[in-house]
Design a protein around this ligand. Structure first.
Ligand SMILES: [Zn+2]
Length: 528
């Protein structure tokens, strides 16, 4: 007898094909039959009449490695139907953290992982200690982390010896099960790497069958060169390249989505293994310090704090921003576009913009920004509305652009419910399957394909992402008329609605809309 039969639903299989009526039988964690009007017996029958049945959704770009150890139930994600998260992105990973370097890494990651306790660990020990969670997890090792382990926060090319150390640490992580390497060339210390350093690491990836994902060097005034740099990695090494959260930031760059999509599509037509992902929002989130010119971060957090206390440094920063716009984000209409998400020293300021704060304090907004960074020791996190709706819609509407929330798995209570994080942490996939489909941006089979079958293909996963006999039983049952996000910028900690059942590795995690407490997810190791 099968363990589970999902009966009577309208099945969209994840391949992009139109839906059909079909029942799904599950046994031993796998899908054992997909057939019209099944007569197979099962211990548990889930009535999916009036609902749609899809593969579990893949969140291809997240930072939930910073919250899953604190919140293994992954509520904000699983309640949208997400069953797999790819973590360790943008060059950030909590491992390896070598003796003598773990403190620098902890200080560096505090603005992204404020509540995560971590210490010295090899990547293999990190994988072994990663807790069972409600979602499956793919781990990547971060380039910033590798650089901090070898060259610290120094603003220079690595030496041959340091590069060899990074290559060795990367190979160790891959052998321990890391799926690949992520980079964050937009900020220190990753931004000090040249193409040669990245290509050398990509050659290690190629030898081990690993993949490369990149938060590219610039998403604003130099975004075209940055996309070209990422594509060149695929061209030079043959390694799969995932361009993270594709966007055009800054008013001077708005309107360029079609051009950017054309560039990537052309590379794909040439046969290069390149994919990209995006979140369907016009607002980004980042450590506040990353809005300032890159020289500010040279030699690490402490050096930065000393610099930003100085009037002459602030004048230089002010002049550079007036000339170039914000680093990474370009020119914004005003500081009202930047709002506090998390501030350790003034948690009550979450939700307020630097326009507001500066007016209230009667100071220049840039001084308010620098004062926050200093008082929070670099840990202030912000939201910045730096994109334009039309670009976001064009990118989201491209059926081959994958879906990554760039957000953490959170919960509405407990340690991860603090601050006012980006609502995309709770709503990205519900928005894509809900509002984006209802607004006509995508058909439902196309929306589901992006975040299931196409994402699995980009990852090289051959037994997930499609509802097919023999595949792992990751399944989402939802009401297409009801699925929606509920979080807002003012009140982000709200679960999405419309998902009734979620099955992970054959076990029911969301049942009748409620979390069962099950944690059947595991770390998916890169196939040898
Ligand atoms: Zn990123």
């Amino acid at each position: 007898m099968d363990e589970l039969l999902i009966r009577g639903g309208h099945l969209i299989d994840g391949t992009g094909a139109p839906g059909r009526e079909a029942d799904v039988s599950v046994h031993g964690g796998r899908i054992v039959a997909v057939e019209r009007r099944s007569t197979r017996a099962a211990h548990r029958v889930i009535d999916a009449r009036g609902q749609f049945v899809a593969p579990g959704l893949i969140d291809i770009h997240t930072h939930s490695d910073f919250t899953l150890p604190l919140n293994p139930r992954a509520e904000s994600k699983i309640r949208q139907g997400v069953t797999l998260e790819v973590v360790g992105n943008c060059g950030f990973s909590a491992a390896p953290a070598l003796p003598g370097r773990a403190g620098v890494l902890r200080e560096y990651l505090a603005s992204s992982a404020p509540w995560l306790p971590f210490g010295e660990t090899s990547f293999a020990d990190y994988v072994a200690a990663f807790p069972p969670t409600s979602v499956n997890v793919i781990l990547q090792v971060g380039h910033h982390t590798l650089r901090i382990m070898t060259a610290g926060m120094e603003a220079r090319p690595v030496t041959a010896g340091e590069l060899a150390s990074m290559e060795r640490l990367l190979a160790e992580a891959l052998a321990a099960g890391a799926w690949g390497l992520s980079s964050g060339l937009f900020t220190a210390p990753g931004c000090y790497a040249d193409a040669g350093e990245i290509h050398a690491l990509a050659r290690v990836l190629r030898r081990h069958g690993g993949a490369y994902s990149s938060h590219i060097r610039d998403e604003a005034n130099h975004v075209d060169a940055a996309v070209a740099e990422a594509i060149a990695v695929a061209e030079a090494t043959g390694v799969h390249v995932q361009i993270a959260h594709l966007k055009l930031s800054g008013v001077d760059n708005w309107g360029g989505a079609a051009r950017l999509l054309d560039t990537i599509a052309a590379a794909r037509r040439r046969g290069l293994p390149v994919d990209c992902d995006a979140y369907p929002y016009d607002t980004a989130t980042n450590p506040l310090r990353n809005l300032l010119p890159r020289f500010v971060m040279e030699n690490g957090i402490r050096a930065m704090l000393e610099r930003l206390a100085r009037r002459d440094v602030r004048e230089r920063v002010r002049a550079e921003i007036a000339r170039e716009g914000l680093t990474n984000f370009g020119r914004i209409p005003s500081w009202d576009a930047v709002r506090v998400a998390v501030s350790p020293h003034l948690p009550q300021e979450a939700g307020h913009t630097f326009g507001d704060i500066a007016r209230r304090r009667q100071v220049d907004p840039l001084d308010a920004v620098c004062d926050f960074i200093v008082a929070d020791r670099g840990e202030t996190r912000i939201l910045v509305t730096s994109m334009n709706d039309k670009d976001v819609q064009q990118i989201t509407g491209a059926p081959w652009v994958l879906v990554g929330s760039d957000g953490n798995a959170l919960a509405t209570s407990g340690v991860t419910s603090q601050g006012k994080p980006h609502p995309r942490y709770y709503g990205t996939h519900a928005r894509v399957l809900g509002a984006c489909v209802r607004d006509g941006l995508l058909t439902l089979p196309a929306a589901i394909h992006k975040t299931t079958g196409a994402s699995a293909a980009a990852l090289g996963l051959s037994d997930r992402g499609v509802l097919r006999e023999g595949y792992w039983a990751d399944v989402t049952v939802f009401d297409p008329g009801r699925i929606a996000e509920r979080g807002t910028y003012d009140d982000p900690h709200q679960y999405a609605v419309g998902v009734s059942t979620v099955v992970v590795n054959g076990q029911v995690v969301i049942d009748g809309g409620d979390h069962t407490g099950a944690v059947p997810g595991r770390v998916l190791r890169r196939p040898a």
